[in-house]
Design a protein around this ligand. Structure first.
Ligand code: G3I
Length: 317
């Protein structure tokens, strides 16, 4: 059948996938689907801090370059992921005992190097990732504890200097509907915009549980767009208690349909990225005991009901 990307592209919509470089290199079915079904992508791991700057001043571009080449060659809209995050952060940063001004320098140097290197290729940057907790309070990352909340504005300004054309995002999970955590982003976004900080968008990761798409997701997207921001669904997956029954797979298809419809309904919502291609490689079973099957293709690359639902939504859009 005709690929998802064709239908998305024809209506100016982006459908992306998280891509692991190992699989691009070693699994031709994975690489083929990445190239044909999607018009956008995100590196699943290889652009993270521990991958690109494992020790201070020592940059390793091998994985990131391979991903970028693949994505560029296939005409993908590239989402850079991620510049400042508490996880997959090397211990020279997290345990470095830097002063506030030293850590600001470390962070700005990192952003300058990474966003600068890929400034011709990256369309969106997840500049700061997962900075709030579920109750809307600040996560006690090394950046927050050392610099205070201004690290976010500093990071956005540094990214804007390194890549003035990229759209700069804050990205998080469990902010898909209206709740204390998404309220924290809403308030922070207002503050940053009022200060003239270069913030362009909010990424809703959308790591969802089957049957639990927030009913106010579209309203949540709309409120950020009303601030003058864009929104992207950045890491969509819908996890199921294993083994997945037929009715659960139908529910999952319905959930995918709803998420795409919520984004398509708001003109400032630029696209949806799914967090992987095949269930076989998903991060979900490694993290959530007894849960899995969250993606569009099963372990053997057969398209699931969720794939058909997305195809249908993009077709009729
Ligand atoms: O590469 C090593 C390998 O050498 C080693 O043998 C193996 C043993 O555990 O680990 C491998 O590294 C793993 C890496 O993925 C690559 O597969 C790490 O343990 C594992 O922790 C890491 O997980 C990634 C996770 O982020 C880390 O937090 C997932 O692949 C990735 O999908 C996930 O993505 C995050 C987003 O960046 C941010 N939002 C949440 C999302 C899901 O957690």
């Amino acid at each position: 059948a005709d690929p998802l990307a064709d239908h998305a592209s024809s209506q100016g919509f982006e459908i992306g996938a998280a891509l692991a470089v190992d699989h691009l290199n070693n699994d031709s079915q994975f690489a083929n689907l990445a190239a044909t079904e999607f018009n956008a992508s995100t590196a699943e791991n290889t652009m993270k801090w521990e991958s690109v700057q494992p020790s201070q001043g020592n940059f390793d571009w091998s994985g990131a370059d391979q991903y970028i080449d693949f994505a560029r060659n296939n005409g993908h809209a590239i989402r850079g992921h991620t510049l400042v995050w508490h996880s997959q952060l090397p211990s020279w940063v997290s345990n470095g005992n830097f002063s506030s001004s030293e850590l600001t320098n470390v962070m700005e140097n990192h952003i300058d190097a990474v966003a600068g290197r890929y400034s011709n290729d990256v369309k969106y940057w997840d500049v700061a990732n997962e900075i709030f907790l579920g109750d809307g309070s600040w996560r006690q990352s090394v950046f927050y504890q050392t610099i205070g909340e201004d690290f976010v504005a500093q990071a956005l300004r540094a990214a804007n200097e390194a890549d003035p054309d990229a759209k700069l995002y804050l990205n998080d999970y469990s902010i898909d509907g209206i709740n204390a955590k998404s309220d924290a982003y809403y308030n922070l976004a207002q503050d940053l915009l009022a200060q003239g900080v270069p913030l362009d968008g909010i990424g809703l990761q959308a790591h969802l549980i089957n049957g639990q798409v927030p009913g106010d997701m579209q309203q949540n997207i709309q409120r950020f767009v009303d601030l003058g921001l864009e929104v992207a669904i950045t890491e969509l997956d819908v996890r199921i208690d294993m083994p997945a029954s037929d009715s659960e797979l139908q529910q999952q298809a319905q959930d995918y349909r709803e998420v795409f419809n919520n984004c398509l309904a708001v003109s400032g919502c630029v696209g949806v990225t799914v967090w992987g291609i095949t269930d076989q490689y998903s991060w979900v079973p490694d993290t959530f005991d007894g849960q899995g099957a969250p993606l569009l293709f099963d372990n053997n690359y057969n398209p699931k009901p969720a794939y058909d639902a997305v195809h249908d939504v993009l077709d009729s859009g």
